[in-house]
Design a protein around this ligand. Structure first.
Ligand SMILES: Cc1cc2nc3c(=O)[nH]c(=O)nc-3n(C[C@H](O)[C@H](O)[C@H](O)COP(=O)(O)OP(=O)(O)OC[C@H]3O[C@@H](n4cnc5c(N)ncnc54)[C@H](O)[C@@H]3O)c2cc1C
Length: 466
């Protein structure tokens, strides 16, 4: 069957089990649904899109695609930065963003149950009404979905103290294939605080990037809402590497701020030029720490962090007394990526190194970028050792693009050599496939391939990713 005929047969079969408004075949709309936010990650041409509203509709899509041999690319909000939600040729892009309900909030047991398309900030707001808190806070929280967060094991700003998405997923429902029939629903995990019955299959799905099945419901662990106002400590450093030294020393001293973020001057300038937040970008790099320990212990922790910053070479480090100013700095951190995107295509790196190696990795980033003549700006979840050098290229400059791509790969090798990983939180997707193969040992790669073969022998779920 030719690809056009196959696409027609697929659309006909899909339409037999779906209300008319769920199917997308308009080429422009389909093209917009066919890529995430990763710059230059290749995307194929999808045969169709489906905007599912129920689990039964997801089941129909999975059964149909498995029967006709069409791949499925699940999609949340498309804010991914690795190409994970990019279409592959002839696929169905399965958009889960319309399945966005918070189904249950259980304050007695600190648990909520949500659909995969629920937006992270909406879940936070819903549980906050019950005095509860869902901590994982990717900077994309206003847009990204819980399904996407689960599939990428998203991190964020407060992971340093409160952990990543994986630490909050107790259980989930997914439409799967493999050992059960394609299109069957499985319930994985639990809703109790503890539980070791069987292998941790819910955990296996976290970070699996849509390659094992389609997540249709998630049971999340919650915490009580934090009491009191956090303290913000700001340190201004002459350069990136000295800010990295401060990160390493804060870790070594056993200080655990809730947040420890880094922004270099290029980021501060880009945000200021765009949003006019009133930030004075005279430093080479800023470290932003947030301490949420209440009372005297919190005050002592904040003072110790400021002193450590000064000891590591900060020009100044102080506890912010101005809430508006502190908020503006955190806004700058969240807005850095879109602010830099205004300057041209941005290739986003996501390496993670042991925290003692942060200064060395920052040195390597500077050296590699200089060698390739690439313009970079660096933001980082520095306290986690998770660095995001952003490679900025002038629009339409193919030589600059090639240089950026070469530097990107060298960053990966430098991170591996320092005992780190090629992706701390954005996932492998398409952009890190080669890097992952350079990082993992052959046995680990063989086990991963075997798991995927067992759970998806027909290669229906997001093939070519991860
Ligand atoms: C401005 C900005 C800031 C960001 N900051 C952070 C950050 O601080 N931390 C961080 O970790 N990431 C960050 N990201 C990256 C991105 O937001 C996260 O990877 C996020 O988890 C993706 O969610 P999404 O809903 O957009 O998923 P998508 O991009 O749509 O999909 C991501 C992956 O999940 C799969 N998927 C989606 N839904 C399902 C489902 N229901 N079942 C199975 N698979 C599914 C897709 O196939 C794909 O592989 C940022 C991105 C941007 C643009």
């Amino acid at each position: 069957m030719g690809s056009a005929t196959a696409a027609t047969a697929l659309v006909e079969a899909l339409s037999r089990g779906l209300p008319g408004d769920r199917l997308v075949v308009d080429p422009d709309v389909l093209a917009a649904m066919s890529h995430d936010d990763a710059e230059w990650a290749p995307a194929g041409t999808a045969a169709a899109g489906v905007r599912a509203r129920t689990e039964a509709e997801v089941q129909h899509v999975v059964r149909t695609c498995a029967a006709l041999g069409a791949p499925i690319v699940p999609r949340g909000a498309g804010t991914g930065l690795s190409g994970g939600a990019n279409a592959v040729s002839g696929c169905v892009v399965l958009d889960l963003s319309r399945m966005n309900q918070v189904l249950e909030i259980d304050p007695d047991n600190l648990v909520c149950v949500v659909q995969p398309g629920a937006v992270n900030d909406d879940v936070k707001a819903a549980v906050a009404e019950h005095g509860l808190w869902y901590p994982p806070d990717p900077a994309s929280a206003p847009w990204s979905t819980i399904g996407g967060n689960v599939a990428t094991n998203a991190g964020g700003l407060c992971c340093l103290k409160y952990g990543v998405t994986r630490d909050y997923v107790l259980g989930l429902r997914a439409v799967v294939g493999g050992p059960v029939a394609y299109g069957d629903v499985v319930r994985l995990g639990r809703r109790t605080t503890k539980g070791v019955a069987g292998l941790d299959l819910a955990g296996l799905f976290v970070g699996s990037e849509g390659t094992l099945g389609v997540v249709t419901e998630v049971t999340l662990r919650l915490r009580p809402a934090p009491a009191g106002s956090p303290r913000t400590i700001v340190g201004a450093f002459p350069d990136l590497v000295s800010s990295g030294r401060a990160v390493a020393q804060i870790t070594r001293r056993g200080l655990t701020p809730a947040v420890l973020e880094l922004l270099d001057r290029a980021c501060l300038e880009a945000v200021e030029e765009w949003k006019h937040l009133g930030i004075d970008a005279d430093a080479g790099a800023l470290l932003l720490a947030r301490v949420d320990t209440p009372g005297d212990s919190g005050a002592a922790e904040a003072a110790a962090i400021a002193a450590t910053m000064t000891g590591a070479g900060a020009m100044w480090a102080e506890q912010s007394t101005d809430d508006a100013e502190a908020e503006a700095l955190f806004d700058a951190r969240r807005l850095a990526y879109p602010a830099l995107e205004r300057l041209g295509p941005v290739l986003t790196e996501d390496v993670c190194v042991p925290r003692s190696k942060v200064p060395a990795m920052l040195e390597q980033i500077n050296a590699i970028a200089a060698r390739h003549g690439v313009r970079i700006a660096t933001i980082a979840h520095a306290g986690d050792g998770n660095l995001h050098p952003l490679l900025i290229t002038p629009p339409g400059d193919s030589a600059a693009r090639l240089a950026a791509q070469a530097a990107f790969e060298e960053f990966l090798d430098a991170a591996i050599a320092l005992g780190g990983t090629v992706t701390g939180e954005h996932g492998v997707g398409i952009l890190k496939r080669d890097g992952m193969r350079r990082e993992l040992d052959p046995g680990s790669l063989a086990l991963q391939a075997a798991v995927r073969r067992a759970l998806d022998p027909r290669e229906v779920f997001n093939p070519g990713k991860g």
